[in-house]
Design a protein. Structure first.
Length: 317
């Protein structure tokens, strides 16, 4: 099996428990350098050189097997170049001082950011534009913290899935506007992002409410019950050629960047072949019933993990 060749039992356990795992040197240096040169030439994420990081490395076969043998075609990628933060801005977040220079605000992709079907209220019935796995390939050294590192809230995939399951048990729909998740209106301003909200309330709209108390060292502006959220995530330390696999439901983001050189990553969003967007207004349809199960059961689509008997038995211990 491809999984056995490129992931140890310990790494598979880590992915299940933490929602993220790093696979060292799974992408060749030749592929990395070719992609780096293509990016310098302003070639996009659909270019052959960038796509080769996934398709010409073991990643494609590995993800295909992890997701049960069938995935939707991968033709695009996100090129994520993070420049060093100017010294004067290191401890500034959206124009205001942060409670701590190490604080971080993450998100789950595709939640509360894409407009719904109502032109006068785009937050109402907004879709959840999800996928199965986020795969990132490092094209620069990120072996020390605070170099723009990819960062995650460990275990948040389980908390997020449990909350979506709770919403489903109450009849749905899932996401903002569904049970126990009030819609949090926002107004985009220059330099703002939906995941970061707006001052004075910087709670992220793109994270289910229970997960907002998570973090390696969560801090609050005010009191936990009514204050703004500033969790500290786990920064992933990576070298060029390493890949990180994160579950879709794992809250992620990037650290501040106090290094001297740009941080270069390429991200691929992988979907099981039955995966589609979740549309709240269609919650009671068979298609959305399936997607509600996917968002409530983090490993429903990951049949390749269940296929390994040794791995399955270790899960029951």
């Amino acid at each position: 099996m491809i999984v056995d060749n490129f992931m140890t039992l310990e790494q598979r356990c880590e992915l299940v428990k933490e929602g993220v795992v790093i696979l060292p040197q799974i992408v060749s240096q030749d592929l990395c350098w070719t992609a780096i040169e293509a990016i310098k030439r302003k070639e996009g994420g659909a270019s052959d050189a960038v796509q080769a990081l996934y398709h010409n490395s073991p990643l494609r076969s590995l993800l295909q097997e992890l997701l049960g043998g069938q995935i939707l075609p991968v033709t695009r990628a996100q090129i994520a170049v993070r420049m060093p933060t100017p010294t004067s801005q290191i401890d500034i977040y959206m124009g205001r001082p942060t409670p701590s220079p190490f604080d971080w605000n993450g998100h789950v992709d595709g939640i509360a950011i894409h407009p719904g079907p109502h032109p006068n209220d785009p937050d109402y019935e907004a879709p959840i534009m999800s996928f199965s796995a986020l795969v990132g390939v490092a094209l620069s050294e990120q072996t020390k913290p605070d170099c723009g590192n990819f960062a995650v809230l460990r275990g948040s995939h389980l908390t997020n899935a449990a909350f979506f399951s709770h919403q489903a048990s109450k009849g749905g729909p899932l996401g903002p506007g569904g049970p126990d998740w009030p819609i949090e209106p926002w107004h985009r301003q220059p330099g703002s992002n939906a995941s970061r909200g707006q001052w004075p309330d910087v709670r992220p709209r793109m994270i289910p409410p229970p997960t907002r108390s998570m973090g390696d060292s969560p801090r609050y502006v005010g009191e936990p019950e009514n204050g703004s959220w500033w969790p500290s995530a786990t920064q992933q330390l990576m070298s060029k050629g390493d890949a990180v696999i994160a579950h879709y439901l794992t809250c992620h983001g990037e650290s501040r960047h106090v290094g001297k050189k740009p941080r270069n990553m390429v991200f691929f969003r992988i979907k099981h072949h039955l995966h589609t967007e979740y549309r709240p207004r269609d919650h009671k349809t068979a298609e959305m019933h399936y997607m509600a199960k996917v968002l409530s059961d983090p490993w429903l689509e990951w049949n390749g993990l269940e296929a390994d008997k040794n791995f399955s038995s270790s899960m029951g211990k």
